[in-house]
Design a protein around this ligand. Structure first.
Ligand code: PGA
Length: 243
């Protein structure tokens, strides 16, 4: 894993955006693996800015999101589908038919996981996968203890994750208890992975990830050590305990 230390959230977002923009310009039919959460919002803003200024086209790009809550309607402002529309898709020219996000409202969730995996498997892996990291080390919604050989599956969200995400909901009780997430094995199929981390809240997990050789299912992000092309873009605060 390559670690790029940057000053702050803005630098992290801008460096990550340059990597994505270069990829989309050199390979206009790129497959992008996208993430939600507070971390990638700045990156998406940079992509929108570049789109408006330089016209980088997403017309042939396909996107695949990591995860979605179970039981939240796509139109609901708390769904990840809505998040992506609001923060990125509504502002660039990616066709809706090329956007892929698991559907957490279908009756047969197992079938939905299989459908999503089949969709991912039809490709040879995304060109670039964007990841945030949870303070418990999760990537996507793969909580500690998830098998490294997992594909798209249904997860029970850790209480720490529900609490961390409660800031987006009115009440903690409104935060779903389950989600559909790409598995660790699905994530590792990406040709290139960018893991973004910003802020002091991520310092402890970055210390765990970077100061030992530990590859352990209790620290889901440690699976990335088995991948050949991972770049961590993290700011000074996130790396403050990892020296
Ligand atoms: P955050 O979440 O970007 O909101 O910090 C990251 C994650 O939980 O994966």
């Amino acid at each position: 894993m390559r670690v790029l230390e940057v000053r702050d959230y803005q630098d992290m977002s801008s460096i990550a955006s340059k990597i994505i923009i270069e990829k989309v310009q050199s390979k206009p039919d790129s497959k992008l693996g996208l993430a939600t959460g507070g971390t990638p919002i700045g990156l998406y803003q940079e992509l929108i800015r570049d789109y408006r200024k330089n016209g980088t086209s997403y017309e042939r790009v396909c996107t695949y999101n990591l995860d979605e809550y179970v039981g939240i309607d796509p139109e609901d402002p708390n769904s990840y589908r809505y998040f992506m529309e609001k923060n990125l898709f509504a502002h660039i020219n990616v066709p809706e038919s090329q956007v892929h996000i698991p559907d957490g409202t279908v009756e047969d969730l197992e079938a939905e996981c299989k459908r999503y995996d089949d969709e991912l498997n039809r490709r040879e892996g995304v060109d670039i996968q964007i990841l945030g990291i949870g303070s418990n080390g999760h990537i996507g919604f793969n909580e500690p203890g998830t098998s490294f050989s997992s594909h798209t599956h249904i997860v029970k969200l850790a209480e720490t994750t529900r609490k961390a995400n409660a800031r987006f909901f009115e009440r903690l009780e409104d935060v779903p208890t389950q989600a559909i997430t790409m598995g660790i094995a699905s994530i590792l199929k990406a040709k290139q992975i960018l893991l973004l981390a910003s802020g002091i809240k991520k310092a402890e997990v970055m210390r765990r990830l970077l100061t030992s050789d530990e590859v352990d299912e209790q620290l889901p992000a440690s699976a990335l050590k088995k991948h050949q092309n991972v770049t961590i873009i993290a700011d000074e605060e996130a790396l403050s305990l990892a020296k």
